[in-house]
Design a protein around this ligand. Structure first.
Ligand SMILES: Cc1cc2nc3c(=O)[nH]c(=O)nc-3n(C[C@H](O)[C@H](O)[C@H](O)COP(=O)(O)O)c2cc1C
Length: 211
């Protein structure tokens, strides 16, 4: 099964990225993980993780804010971590297969870099590869309010084939906790990846998940 590329950047919303990583791995999907420097500052602020990207063991992210994952398999996916300047990593090339890339959370800075085709780090480059190969690229931006520059970058990315999936949880499923809100967004990302992961119940089928 092709792997998923997951990039975490410095927008607020580290719990979304962490939950997505855990869901993918525990449902048996291989993940290539990329983390920006700003993402480490956000993780420190939001989930108390103190990461040094130079001596970083990605498995620590699988042990943070852990909770049950529907559809957990006995054969978890594999996890690879690539540094931001490692342009020889497989994800830097269109010849390496992938089921898609998710940037979650996505800062306005990374959104701009991708929308303008500036491959100055491995996150921008991998996103550029996904667009040029016509593969799925899902960005999960978080900022408020939005400037015209932000909106134009989202429009540009959408026109290039990317999917802009804002971190905007709904409330019609009557969330009881922050975890429910996180899963609302992560469930939508999983739906877009089309990997058969059913994280949350769906409108019209209360209490059911398709896992
Ligand atoms: C605690 C914290 C929260 C932040 N939240 C956001 C945010 O929600 N959206 C955003 O676009 N930038 C946010 N930023 C600013 C970005 O981290 C900053 O623009 C950074 O340069 C983005 O770099 P990156 O895209 O390489 O991760 C935040 C920064 C910090 C320290």
């Amino acid at each position: 099964m092709p792997s998923v590329v997951l990039a975490m950047t410095g927008a607020s919303g580290a719990p979304y990225g962490l939950r997505l990583l855990q869901v993918l791995i525990r449902t048996g999907h291989d993940v290539h993980l990329l983390v920006s420097h700003a993402a480490t500052r956000v993780m420190a602020a939001e989930v108390g993780l103190d990461l040094d990207l130079k001596s970083f063991d990605p498995r620590v992210l699988l042990e943070t804010q852990v909770r049950p994952v529907p559809g957990t398999t006995e054969s978890p996916g594999r996890l690879w971590y690539h540094g931001l300047t490692d342009f020889s990593a497989p994800v830097a090339s269109g010849s390496a297969p992938s089921a898609g890339m998710v940037i979650c959370p996505c800062s306005m800075g990374t959104l701009a870099g991708v929308a303008q085709g500036i491959s100055s780090n491995l996150i921008h480059r991998a996103a550029d590869v996904h667009l040029k190969e016509r593969r799925k690229l899902i960005v999960v931006p978080r900022e408020t309010p939005l400037s015209m520059i932000h909106l134009e970058n989202m429009q540009r990315l959408t026109a290039a084939g990317g999917i802009v999936l804002p971190a905007m949880p709904g409330f019609y499923h009557q969330p009881q906790s922050i975890d429910d809100l996180v899963d609302f967004v992560v469930g939508r990302i999983c739906d877009q990846l089309q990997l058969g992961i059913g994280l949350t119940s769906r409108w019209g089928t209360p209490g059911e998940s398709d896992s």
